[in-house]
Design a protein around this ligand. Sequence first.
Ligand code: PLP
Length: 412
Amino acid sequence: MSAKGITSHLVHFERRATPESGAVHTPIFNSVPYGYAKAQDLVDVFQGKQAGQAYARQSTPTTDVLQEHVTALEGGIGSLVFGSGMAAISAVFLTLLKSGDHIVASQYLFGNTSSVFATLQGFGIEVTQVDVTDANEVAAACRENTRMVFTETIANPGTQVADLKGIGQVCRERDLLYVVDGTMTSAVLLPPKEVGAHLVVNALSKYFGGHGAALGGTVTDTGLFNWESYPNIFPAYRTGESKGWGLLQIKKKGLRDMGGCISSEGAHQLMVGAETMALRLERQCANAQALAELLEAHPKVAKVYYPGLESHPQYRRTQELFSSAGAILSLELVDGLDCCEFLDNLDLVINATHLGDNRTLALPVALTIYYEMGAEARAAAGIADSMVRCSIGIEDTADLLADFTQALDKLA
Ligand SMILES: *Cc1c(COP(=O)(O)O)cnc(C)c1O
């Protein structure tokens, strides 16, 4: 990022990336193929000797700008964009791991990411999930065949905060690839490069886009990893400066071969949304803090999970790592109260999955997004049967506080 403040950067990035016409938005290029007057130019593009487009499954001029946008925000050396966060995450695993490898991952993960691990195990990749709030647990789980450590920043729905710096240290000492899913906090609250992450994945569908209007995902290389030491880079991609090898392999094997690409229209929607990301997060985090404090003091609420509360086990770490404690909070009602009835009592808040949206969304997690996982895995991830997850939006603070208060008061 430039020396300017983050919102100045966000609102001016696109027009600077494509200055030709004066348009403040990058044009939406819908072309699938890209033609060249000279066959040699096409050959050079295919052989990586010349920059340029070939086919929209790998990139378009519009998606290129989104990539640059994310790279600048994360302070990385390059990024790839995908059609969803899960496309980006699964591409990282499937292109950089081989049968016989082992990875250490958080036991508090986005449910679909945990589900991908079951697929990986079927391919002969071993996964150990540990309590990432303690870097010693990560270190203890490492083996000779460990290639990668994967964690989120703040987990959902339990809001456990990983020991991101400690894990960075473990990965540095052992030369392990450190992959951080920064979706819950985004680069606005913490660019994971600051804690030593080598690859950063983000679901752009969430805070980056913010408006619930487009899906997207990304992988950013922070430039901190030495790819020459990584055994799984195919000979074809050990070409040019070694700093680029990892992303080149993820692009060719993941984006080109597996095909999880984003459309130019989707990329445009996400970039429009991103203009207000820092502003939105400021309001969302302030709303979440106010609401968490109100809920913690309410007699019908048994427990509030929010890392901006002093009662949260990683409160100090949260203050140290992030510019704000995020906008996801979870709660449990006191015994005997029905969480679905509570949700139905809410008026502004929508019963919906998704997070990072402008609108406040809430859902009973054990019955919905974590249902398939089963009771045992839910218990390991710290997910109570009656837990409600709330993704706090940008509504006026007083309206949100009033809505939660009336919904609780109405409960018998
Ligand atoms: C939503 C989410 C994803 C997946 O993103 P999609 O764009 O919905 O595929 C991955 N990780 C985290 C932490 C998420 O919240």
